[in-house]
Design a protein around this ligand. Sequence first.
Ligand SMILES: Cc1cc2nc3c(=O)[nH]c(=O)nc-3n(C[C@H](O)[C@H](O)[C@H](O)COP(=O)(O)OP(=O)(O)OC[C@H]3O[C@@H](n4cnc5c(N)ncnc54)[C@H](O)[C@@H]3O)c2cc1C
Length: 416
Amino acid sequence: MKEARDDSPEWDIIIVGAGPAGTAAALETLNKKYKVALMDKATFPRDKICGDALSPDVIQQFARILPSLAERFAALEAKQEIDGLRTIAPNKKQLDIKLNGRQMEKGYVVSRLDLDALMMDEVKSHPEIQVFEDTEILAIRHVGQFLRIETSKGFFSTRILIGADGNHSIVAKLLGGRQSIDRKHHCAAMRQYFENVDWPEGRSLIELHFMNEILPGYLWVFPMANNRANVGIGMLSSDVSKRKVNLKKVLEHQLATHPELAPRFANARPLETAKGFGIPIGSRRYALSGKNYLLAGDAARIVDPLSGEGIGNALRSGRFAGKHALLALEANRFDAGFLKAYDEKLYSMIGDELRISRFLQKSFRYRGTLNFLINLTTGSKKFRSLIHLLLEETNFFTEWARLSYYKRLITKKRKL
Ligand SMILES: Cc1cc2nc3c(=O)[nH]c(=O)nc-3n(C[C@H](O)[C@H](O)[C@H](O)COP(=O)(O)OP(=O)(O)OC[C@H]3O[C@@H](n4cnc5c(N)ncnc54)[C@H](O)[C@@H]3O)c2cc1C
């Protein structure tokens, strides 16, 4: 492709990165008059190292993005339905938290190979979005009112760029001046697929094993369809260096010696060697936009600090970024001041949730806190029902600071 002329961009919106954030952003721009391109350096289907767990929030957002996306997901065969979460404290006491089980409150485990291909297929079914695979962004610069982008396939120019290009975002680096990873706000994690893990109590819970040497991180064992399991381990990057932890060795050691896990892995077969990838957690705020660009998903660093769950916020931020790009085009405003409204909107939606999660993550550094909390919850029926009530209330994370929320909760508890 030849270099574009300086006076008019070829595209209104270019989205770089076709993971959950980028595909959600692209789908948000449908049925508008603008020229939209979605680019990724990979060709789909492609793997993404992840725990593959989808919370009910993710499923609810599929329906909000597009009914046809929700239908596509409902038709997907290779998915494991999940009823809830089992948390195992360092003292091996366990707490099961069940999801409500209503249609929109189910969780799933789906390989990212399948999930991201499904979202990409949905995008490709709308020919008004032009998709460029195997196209890597190499350089970006401002040219007057728009951006000139150099890729492995040639030059493009656009009024607005949505950087949904993951943890090592080139958009955040080149336009936001972001340095490398922020180790105090970043987790190192490894994933390994297995088959034939034993599930003596059934395959309906995802398991988080909190262990002394990796607190406040954890080792996870998630059931998948077709007799497979997603197994992994994650820990704050600054702690990995400070405590000199070799995550791969801890994972191997625990699967071989842990009193509850070792028998379940005795006949299991690894399907790959453990693979590492970083998680940019949202335990501090970053700038999410600037002149001509918005950041979404991992590029925006908004993964839940305690659970490491990032797909829900990737979809949410992708949707908002798509919406704000449209607003900018309507207003013909691409300056940093106008686009800042995106940062405010997104943090107003997820800021409280990230703060609570950050608080819990800090508290869980101490095994005593976790042991105490899980002892209290398993030992006290009242406390357990309170935790269930809080988690069942889907508004908890956005409304916890409002008095009206607790009034409603008390009324609800009386009715139970
Ligand atoms: C080990 C691990 C376990 C996790 N477990 C879970 C979990 O169980 N549940 C959960 O909700 N979250 C989990 N997460 C977090 C989750 O994976 C991320 O939050 C999520 O993938 C973010 O989606 P995204 O679209 O922002 O980025 P990504 O999914 O990373 O997509 C970014 C895309 O950008 C493309 N790209 C990058 N650079 C360029 C470039 N220069 N040019 C063109 N394309 C480019 C990449 O090829 C990629 O396709 C986990 C993360 C890790 C590492």
